[in-house]
Write a protein of this length. Structure first.
Length: 180
């Protein structure tokens, strides 16, 4: 059965189709939730809430993007809502010294692997960490990030620029730490 047919059945409240769609996406959505909330129990709760919302709002899905991309955005928004409710996400609204970020240069030393980059991202200040994660890991652009985090486009760019600078600095420290 094609995914679009499955989605149409889900729109008609077909529970078996909803379960099949859930099974298709639950592992990937759990991994996304874990990147943000860090606790297995919390990630499962957030993921469940996201699926419930997705099934409730399924009539709003217009297939302009893939279902997975649409669902991923719901999961990320639920994660950020969860973090806000726990006061773990406090993004400063506007910064007075706005700079435009050069998003193109993300190069690091070849000896640094992806797991080291992810660990370094986790140590970034909150206002930079979530912009960097949404941009670098999730693949959102500044317009999408600004909507998700409820910040301006220029603030998103500034936080990305500063987060990238901080990230490179952290990775450089790690690199020099290895050599001495």
């Amino acid at each position: 059965m094609l995914e679009i047919d499955l989605i149409e059945k889900c729109k008609n409240n077909d529970r078996k189709s909803q379960m099949r769609l859930y099974d298709m996406y639950c592992d990937a959505m759990f991994c996304i939730a874990m990147r943000y909330v860090k606790s297995t129990d919390d990630a499962q709760d957030v993921m469940q809430e996201a699926f419930i919302k997705a099934f409730q709002k399924l009539n709003q899905f217009k297939a302009e993007v893939t279902f997975g991309a649409w669902l991923k955005r719901i999961v990320i928004n639920k994660c950020l809502d969860f973090l806000k409710s726990k006061h773990q996400l406090q993004v400063s609204i506007e910064e007075t010294n706005i700079q435009l970020a050069d998003d193109s240069d993300w190069s690091v030393d070849e000896e640094i692997d992806v797991s080291e980059v992810k660990k370094a991202i986790e140590t970034l200040p909150e206002k930079y960490k979530y912009v960097v994660m949404l941009y670098l890991i999730e693949g959102y652009d500044h317009e999408e990030i600004s909507q998700i985090l409820e910040i301006s486009n220029s603030t998103s760019r500034t936080h990305l620029l500063r987060g990238k600078q901080k990230l490179k600095s952290l990775l450089k420290e790690k690199e020099y730490g290895k050599r001495y």
